[in-house]
Design a protein around this ligand. Sequence first.
Ligand SMILES: [Zn+2]
Length: 754
Amino acid sequence: MGSWPYSVQIEKRAINPSCGAATSSCGVARIASRLESACLKVPRLICARRALKRFMLAWLCFALTPIGGSGGAAPAVGEPRTQAELEKLFLGVPDPKVAEEDMRALTSSPHIAGSPEDKKTADFVAQKFREAGLETEIVEYKVWINYPSEISVDVIAPSGVKMHGPRPEHVSSDPYQDDPRIVVPYSGFSPSGDVAAEVVYANYGRLEDFKRLEQMKVDVRGKIVIVRYGSNYRGVKAYLAQQFGAAGLLIYSDPLEDGYFKGDPYPRGPWRPATGVQRGSIGFSFNLPGDPTTPGIASVPGLPQSQRTLPQRAEMPKVPTTPLSWADAEPILRYLAGPESPRDWQGALPFTYHVGPGPVKVRLHLKQDYAYRSIWNVIGRVRGSVYPDEWVLAGNHRDAWVYGAVDPGSGTVAMLEAVRGLGRLLKTGWRPKRTVIFGSWDGEEHGLMGSTEWVEQHAAELDRAVAYINTDSAVSGRNFGASAVPSLKQFMRDVSKAVPSPKGGTVYEAWRAAGENPQQPDVTGSGRIPVVQFNADVPVGDLGSGSDYTPFLQHLGIASTDVASSGSYGVYHSAFDDFTWFQRFADPDFTYEQEMARVLGLETLRLADAELLPYDYENYGREITAYVRTAKERAEKTFGKPPSFDAALEAAERLARAGAAIAGVRPKDTAETVAVNRALREAERALLLPNGLPGRPWFRHAIYAPGRYTGYAATVIPGVNEAIDAGDREAIEQQLAALTAALERAAVMLERTR
Ligand SMILES: [Zn+2]
């Protein structure tokens, strides 16, 4: 839990007349200062030696200044740099050719979390971090995760219907598909089990779907439930199947969702082929992400067993669950009898879907290999020159279900190019004002393991964090999108205005144009449409869950952002998310990787060097006001005369007023600047609930949490909204009081600086 040793102290910024700027990076300053001290002992020689030294320095600095990155002209070392000059130099570095090489290296073999190939990608990323000049370490954790040992799904009735799955993922041509290291499709955190039962179809496996089955008098207890992917997080499907008493769960990819209904399947087009399977974790990460055997503490390698929850006592799914391709699901669905499914439950397979139960019977045989397995985060940092105790964090996961070209290779490639750009600036002697830390997280796919364990380990120090910049599947196509806490939404638009788009113009212009195109309504990159929007500007989405910003934002209250450039991505979590698919359908010339590297890098640079942090709490307060109003209307519908929302509304408006006021503050000196920045940083922290959300204390943010019934999508003011859903008047009052207190704390934090 201790603080990290900075083994390399950043050398004093020695200004010398020849090099001008800090010369620690060209290594000449040390020689120079030794020469200087020698000179001082022999006064008569000073002038001659100094003249010689100046000449040597000028020559050496010129000779040693590295010229890296295509398009990045060598900087005029020593000239004072404005932010605009720095950004220009940075933007010139990300290079599509380097991105392509990195992508090839990262996707050369399957690299599931904990595998030797995964460790190799950690070494690769660490090497790249070091080359850029980051102080780098590989951090290991031991986490409780499963690999598949025996996975089979067989149709055993009616006689004559045959299916023995899962069949291997296979298409007519793909150079990577026959690698024996490709993991059999399975569900992370499924228990082992051997069940034979009749099948019931439950649409997306949402709460309303299970309730609909109840209304239809179709009993799912003891049955194997089959549901389609889509609409919610797969762990929510497993959670509800368990609550409703299912004996087994099959989750398949309907062609309506990401297959031939959308367009040509791979390899002809980008969509999911018949045999393509979506692997994925079904862990209850909406209650507790990370290692389920170490809630709230880090799974460091030496953690005594006594400090871990026994796996059999940890909160993990109880219903044996496994994913299927539509080719394997088809015979099950085709022969189901019972009532015709509601019409909006119909997928794109060529027959009318029925709900069962039976007469189709399936035997589900799952043997999971659970163990404590090593995972490896790579952490790289540059100590800040002015505010070393203010940290700007950026990260992306590295583990993949198979090759993971899009998810997460495209994010790692963009991050590595952003890091290389920063390295280029470091080589000129520049240092960020704030400390910058990059994280390459492991074990994300199994349930945000690497980021969660790291955040839990460093929770105390992370009160220094200014922001966390996330990306995951950074590039699957050409449509830019961003999500952020409301205080950083305008910041995201501003960053996008400074980055060129491969489509011409700026990223912002392309983003805006896409928003005006009704064919492309999702401009948030991750499908989280903002709940409210106050202006006609391009919408920035709300942060739900499903990626590594969760522990930063929702556990520690660190303002976060997430970006992606998305497209027709039908191979998510399948073996076909590989280099070939990526180059053909996502980003043939790697210019969108270049774009995303520039976006991520610019976010980092601006947050690291901003004199005043660019937080807009007026917008935050206004968005929360709208959330509270909407919740009030919902409560009125349920209760007629609900508890009073007035105090919460007033507190949200007070936050907006305090946000507007602090935006107008112009600090007179450094002390005031530091105080204003601290207030801006800690206002987000103030939104944490001391006791967390009811029933899931790890989630402490009063404004955002993953929905317990939606999983990925953000639930806003979750305590209040979930109490309304539950129809619990007393809980609504309690949650409104907790929300009001949090909003007042945040407002007071900002008001103090006046
Ligand atoms: Zn991912």
